[in-house]
Design a protein around this ligand. Structure first.
Ligand code: FMN
Length: 333
């Protein structure tokens, strides 16, 4: 097979999904990203908590209102251990026009897991089962599940997969870490393989796809996986999704990043109050994006302008630092 054929096949048969990152990939980011960079087929929104359905229209659902989500199909996600609340929330999401709801069984933060939510439910397959009995019977939307291999121990996954197998779930998205690892340490590909083999539902892969070569190796090892979810890798290098699909970066990557940046920045300035709040959001984004910038003279060197961005406490200082970065930095990838 020719390399070109492989690329053409890739484009046809791959589904790439933007991972949810709470506080980062909300509607402003999603819309700006999809406008500037091709490659993603859909996006999963960061979680909302399950709430009583009578609260339709309040700020709780704002990120998911259809008028803000026209650029790419979005899958809403709910963090919950309360099945009736989940059912109410799914009913509101169905009213808003969504066709799937994702249940978060992956969130690793101790404040969440201590309440037996997110990956805190993984050691309790019986609780998962009773949640799904009610949720699957009454949810207005088909349900998918995003999960880890366990909270403390990857042996927790098998009873969970067996529980999920008993319900009509549309697919599962597996991030092959355990909760206590948070977002560091190695991914456990053997654990992913075992879970995928045992699941009767379609399985999507998520975790540490940072380069096209990472994707190629994973695709070779897991040829039956049809959907791949990318988070930090795509935020650090927004040309990664299109690269995976065989499209090269544009001739002037910095200009594309600049246009994307401005959409995010002015989008936040419109919806957030206070310079501090906007700048904190932008600094979090630069924490990822900055990894792809080098000094123009020596691309391995971190540009000083990135430091100035981190230190900025006013729009004026921030704007000056960003202009200096775009004028003096090179795209490293
Ligand atoms: C800051 C941050 C926020 C996250 N928020 C969510 C979330 O709301 N829902 C979720 O399912 N996963 C969330 N995740 C996990 C990511 O979706 C993803 O599973 C994880 O980052 C691994 O994929 P990656 O290596 O491609 O980033 C979050 C991760 C980070 C770093």
């Amino acid at each position: 097979m020719q390399y070109g054929d492989l690329k053409a096949r890739r484009i046809l048969s791959l589904i790439l999904c933007m991972a949810p990152l709470h506080g980062v990939t909300g509607r402003v980011f999603r819309n700006a990203f999809v406008k500037a960079f091709p490659g993603f087929d859909r996006a999963m929104a960061p979680f909302i908590l399950s709430v009583d359905g009578s609260r339709k229209g309040d700020a709780h659902y704002k990120d998911l209102l259809p008028e803000y989500n026209r650029r790419i199909p979005v899958i809403p996600q709910v963090l919950s251990n309360d099945a009736p609340g989940f059912v109410s929330t799914a009913a509101v999401l169905a009213d808003l026009g969504y066709s799937e709801v994702n249940w978060n069984l992956g969130c690793p933060y101790p404040m969440v897991t201590a309440k037996r939510r997110g990956s805190g439910l993984l050691p309790f397959p019986d609780l998962i089962r009773s949640f799904l009995e009610l949720a699957c019977a009454h949810s207005a939307l088909p349900l998918s599940v995003k999960l880890r291999l366990g909270l403390d121990d990857r042996r927790e996954i098998m009873p969970v997969i067996q529980a999920l197998n008993d319900f009509p779930i549309s697919r599962i998205i597996v991030h092959p870490r355990v909760g206590v690892q948070m977002y560091g340490g190695e991914t456990d590909l053997d654990g992913f393989e075992e879970a995928a083999r045992a699941s009767r539902h379609p399985v999507s892969y998520n975790g540490d796809i940072n380069r096209v070569a990472d994707f190629d190796a994973l695709r070779l090892r897991f040829p039956s996986v049809g959907e791949w979810m990318l988070g930090r890798g795509a935020i650090s290098d927004p040309f990664l999704p299109s690269g995976i699909k065989g499209l090269g970066p544009p001739s002037d990557p910095i200009a594309s990043i600049g246009a994307f940046h401005d959409d995010v920045y002015f989008g936040y300035r419109e919806i957030l109050s206070g310079q501090r709040h906007v700048l904190d959001k932008m600094k979090e984004l630069w924490g990822y994006l900055g990894r792809s910038f080098g000094a123009r003279s020596d691309s391995t060197k971190r540009p000083d302008a990135l430091k100035a961005i981190e230190k900025a406490t006013s729009f004026q200082a921030y704007d000056a630092a960003v202009s200096a970065l775009f004028a003096g930095a090179a795209w490293k990838r």
